[in-house]
Design a protein around this ligand. Sequence first.
Ligand code: ZN
Length: 489
Amino acid sequence: MKNVTCCQSHFRPQVIDDLRKYPKTRKIAKLPSRRRRGTSELLANSARVDVNGWIVIRARGTPYQVGFQNGNLLANEISDAIEALKLIGEKGYKRKWQFFCDTAMNLFWPKLTKEYMEEFQGILDGVLAKNVKNVRLQDIAALNSYFDSVSYHYWLRSKEKIATSPLARAEHCSAFIATGDGTANGQIVLAHNTWFQYLPGARYNAILDISPAAGKRFIMQTMPGTISSGTDWYLSEAGLVVAETTITGMTTFSPDESPYFLRARKAIQYAKDIDDWAKIMIKSNNGGYANDWLIGDISTGEIALLELGTFNHKMERTRNGVFVGSNIATSKEVRSETKMNYDIKESSCTARQQRLEELIQLNKGKINSKLAKVLLADHLDSSTNMDTPGRNSICGHIESDERGVPEWEYAPYYPAGCFDGKVTESSMAERGKFWAHWGRPCDIPFETEPFLHNHPEYEWQRQCLRNISPYPWTLVTPFSAPNWRNRNT
Ligand SMILES: [Zn+2]
């Protein structure tokens, strides 16, 4: 790599804290009421298209309008997503849903600017206008801040004297970004598949194409009812393409700073280049959902890796090279904020890191979107050298793996793993386009009934566990034909 820069802030002592310190929910500022404008007027210029397992939404207008369109066009899916998160929160994290609501409203809501408060209110009003009545503002806030609340949960647990299980955050993906000699035509190629528990993961099939009243138009994969991605797949009018993999084992957190979901949204909406984007992500960083971010700028061909811990970060950038992501911190400073044994070569993170680097090396100079789709479906476990789908394959199948994933607190055969694939390259991203594959890129489905029959220990998930059936790769094309390469001309 060349053009490498690196910087770390000093590690600050953690503050032992809990929600009792934080003020009660602020009274929401006076917001535009749905009653002032009719539903059809608020939905003007919005659209919903269901295609190959995905729900593609076009939203545009004021913050309230964008929120209303999101809420109204996805009302039933939002209610369903909240029910799924409630189940995982209560059974998985042993936290009542009210914990997520209180954390959202006490810790994160006060950090929102009026713009995003209005968007949240719009989402709620959009849902209610569809006669879906079981959703409150605090549910929308909890839905949006779920990953920040999970980080807060782990941070609280790390303060407990008696830990009942390992203290590692558990979300994960496989990804790479390449540019210059690494790719077939020198263009940027970005590829990502998302790994989550299948229970919430099956709800990440929304793609939002948002034209906000202020800032840049952007497109993201997301869960219905949210203002930022969560899987963190973004393309923006500024010519930025963004993905990430979450850093395993983070226990640090800075509750007084700005939540991840808010910084990620601001960055994609307002950044004009990589520097700008990184500045927004780093400023007032609460460490929630700490990630290895992969960013590309199709206007310049430059790519970057921002490894963002809570108190430390490292940024590398190049116009000729590759960065891979497999949920592993690479800098000793960010590693110091994690609980993870990096010497265990058969762990999912380290094995996939090795395999991704092998694949990149083997395919140097050949990588394009077509090949990237194949790499996302790779099943070789570098720790065993077996071509077996499992916890260590780029396309993850934890539910098939008797080893489980101890560093993520997954018991054997836990229903989690990869459930999608996304790929773009510069010539596509300049038109806002990308390839999207709902279901695993290898086309092996996840089927609830046979799984629960074989693994009754996960019967508690039945009410919200869904089949994840693979569809063909689909070219996601925005509702108009933007040109995002020459943003400065
Ligand atoms: Zn697979």
